[in-house]
Write a protein that binds this ligand. Sequence first.
Ligand code: HEM
Length: 448
Amino acid sequence: MTASPGARPRDAIHERFLIASLAFGLLGGFTLAITLPVEVILGRADASWVAHAQVHGHMQVVGFAGLFVVGMAFRLAPRFGGRPAMALPWATTPVFALLVLGLLARSIGQPVAEVPVFAAIAVVGLVAELAGSALFAAMLLTTLWAAIRRLEAHAILLGSASLGLVVQALLGAWWIGGAMLDARMLVATSDDRVLLHLQLFGFLLPAILGVGMRSFPTFFGRKPPGAVAGGAVAATWLAGIALWSGAETSMAVAGGRPWLLAGLGQALTGASILVAIVSFGPWRKASRLAAASKGLAWAIHPAVLWLAATGVVLTGTAVQALLDGTLVAPLTLDAVRHVFVVGVVTLAIIAMAQLILPEFASERLVRHPGGWRGPFFGAAISLAALLRGVLPLAGLGGTERWWAMAIAGSLAWVALIVFATLLWRASRAHRAYLQRIERFRSNELPVR
Ligand code: HEM
């Protein structure tokens, strides 16, 4: 049978997640990343600004990064778990619909939650996000189960990431839903801190470490980390995130300042990153990559450098806070979080997508990707991470700090639009390639 024009390949489940991820990033999270600092510069920061900052964070973490991770899991997890496809396939569309609906409803409802109908919309969104996350975790854990039982660290980390997504959605539904039903548009700062730890270091970090431990050695012709190194990464990360979010949750629920447990948890989380980097670096020549992919892989290097920076700064600021007998300051945490989400998460998304996705693989069959891509994305996103994360950490304050953020947001936005254009072009090449194969199979075209 001939594929109808524009038909989607069967293994294209990741596509809709990727398109939604880019839409949330470009139209929501990264646009807010520009408008939020500009509003401060114009002197227009009020309670609604804080609500929009929380919406920006959520759209970026669960929308832009989260939907990408979920979409990629559909491609990678079956290979990790030694199965032909993802388990519980009937749940694929519900997961997508619930996550997208949840994100949209919360983003629309929260900033105007004083109006009861919008509060209700936000609550529906929170419940939908919880249901979508739980279904996804069930699919992923079932798919990875054989590898988890063999105690393979990458499967444990990726599986744990899905549990992190569920726990943050559960606490979010409870805390944010409670605030919305009280006609408040803001989540309490102490609750927000817990949610942010769980989202960034309980969900995104283990997903990146799990995929990195499995994929980076393959890309770079290294032996994968052994059981001891893998176990050390998984155990250090688990101990770190449990202590850190446990301490912060007890602070949110019962008050007090458990600086010792919080500092230890943060230091261990940072240490798990450093152990992971030792286990999959330093790299040798990128020997296993085809010549056409080597330029694309270039951007993985700065992403791992930013990962190392995240590990060093998380550990360093935690040790400093432990020595001072205090909690790490909110502004420091905000800057470290952005070193991670801009330098590591955003750059890894752009680089890994070009190396792993079939769309880009088909494109490489018809044209050699321009050598500018790796250096362009590496430089643009690294500059954004420097302006958004490192300069505030180095003490940049006042209006200059907000200008630096606005420039960082614009750089990241431009890089993402370039990436989206490349993906659109690669998808067209991919469809044309699949249709050609289909026509060869049905003998409509002579085999050359
Ligand atoms: C260069 C691009 C970015 C800029 C300029 C930017 C800017 C901002 C600003 C101005 C805030 C509010 C800070 C405050 O309350 O003082 C914020 C918070 C936040 N951002 Fe970003 N951001 C960027 C990229 C990202 C990315 C890529 C992610 C995640 C993938 C992200 C996640 C967050 C989170 C989780 C928060 C905390 C929200 C909360 O308080 O609940 N940001 N960002």
